[in-house]
Design a protein around this ligand. Sequence first.
Ligand code: HEM
Length: 456
Amino acid sequence: MTVESVRSAAHQAAELSTPPLAGGGVPGLGHGLKLVRDPLGFLARLREQGDVVRLKLGPKTVYAVTTPALTGELALSPDFKIDGPLWESLEGLLGKEGVATANGSRHRRQRRTIQPAFRLDAIPGYGPIMEEEAHALAERWRPGETIDCTAESFRVAVRIAARCLLRGDFMDERAERLSIALATVFRGMYRRMVVPAGVLYRLPLPANRKFDRALADLHLLVDEIVAERRASGQKPDDLLTALLEAKDENGEPIGEQEIHDQVVAILTPGSETVASTIMWLLQVLAEHPEHADRVREEVESVTDGRPVAFADVRKLSHTNNVVVEAMRLRPAVWILTRRAVTETALGGYRIPAGADIVYSPYAIQRDARSYGGHLEFDPDRWLPERAKDVPKYAMSPFSVGNRKCPSDHFSMAQLGLVTAAVASRWRLEQVSESNDTTRVGITLRPHRLLLRAVPR
Ligand code: HEM
């Protein structure tokens, strides 16, 4: 691109119009209150006001993108990078040098390092661990027992990510500690994001101490895992070896801090997202027994009564459709942000350099313009003859473009396996103290899902 063409693009952008301001703002506060009180409802209604709309958060202007096509354009355009308040608050706690927050050449290099561990042909290598963990989850429960789905989902998600990607015998006890630390850290991180009252979190209150301990333990665990692998002298073919052997842009080994932040940056998104999705899958099995029955029948028809195996999952089309439909209605990642690196255009509107942009996969995936019976749980909409009518980018729970989740195949395999293993063994029922309403945090998950396990 020449200097002239950059100038002319900027000039064209300057001639574009400014997106409309969303209604309902309050003087001084803008749309902040709405975003705090009912973020999902507010974001889901924005498309009525335009393809791109401006929001005011105090003095700050944020641009919300509301159509599937424009979210695709945003995610694929080099004019936007990962940045903004969401990322800044995550960086402060989890580290600045990991793949999830890096940009530019460092990000490209880091993606090249981690990508082989997530490639489609690498996933069968994780099959035995995923099977073991999915069956262990279903076998832990006792008939009539009330299951705390938050703890159980976190546990299986962390164990699978840690055992598959950071292999090693020591992982069992560590995975347990990791799941406890991560559950506490995520709860606290969300509070710190929505109520950024710095001083309050430094007071010696029990909740703050618990959070600080969990965060310290998370970082300590990661250091222990790295140190032990190094001391063992072993180099199994896994993600941790790839990280330890990685070289920077100059061909030099990457620094300790970057190795540490990379492990954190992979484990943390990997466990919270999968855990939240498993919670919704358990909720769906309880809420829609007819689909739970269809899953069980499908598993039986494929396995003929033996325990479901990793290799069966790709044949379980209804089970996979249940997983996709659960992710459509309750996407773990419900909001994404970008920052414009240059003045640019989106949907015919001018986006100034440095502008923060948000979009919500939740809003996009529930939009009546894209889906008939948009709020109904209807896994059959993913049958090939119906799925072809879904507009492009109207279902991208793993995003697209250079920041697309590296773990889409890894995640889908374990989600299918867990759903199949649980549904073939148990019928699930909500108990009266259960609260399955949506809790908006870093991810979306049920407030407190408690299910009774009834044997099949
Ligand atoms: C990025 C969703 C599971 C690791 C992302 C992004 C989405 C996403 C939407 C893109 C963020 C953006 O565009 O700003 C999900 C969902 C999951 C899942 C819905 C499961 C249901 C996992 C797992 C891992 C993982 C299991 C690792 C073990 C990552 C990493 C990134 C990422 C490292 C950052 C990629 C980059 O910036 O280049 N994920 N994810 N995710 N995810 Fe996932």
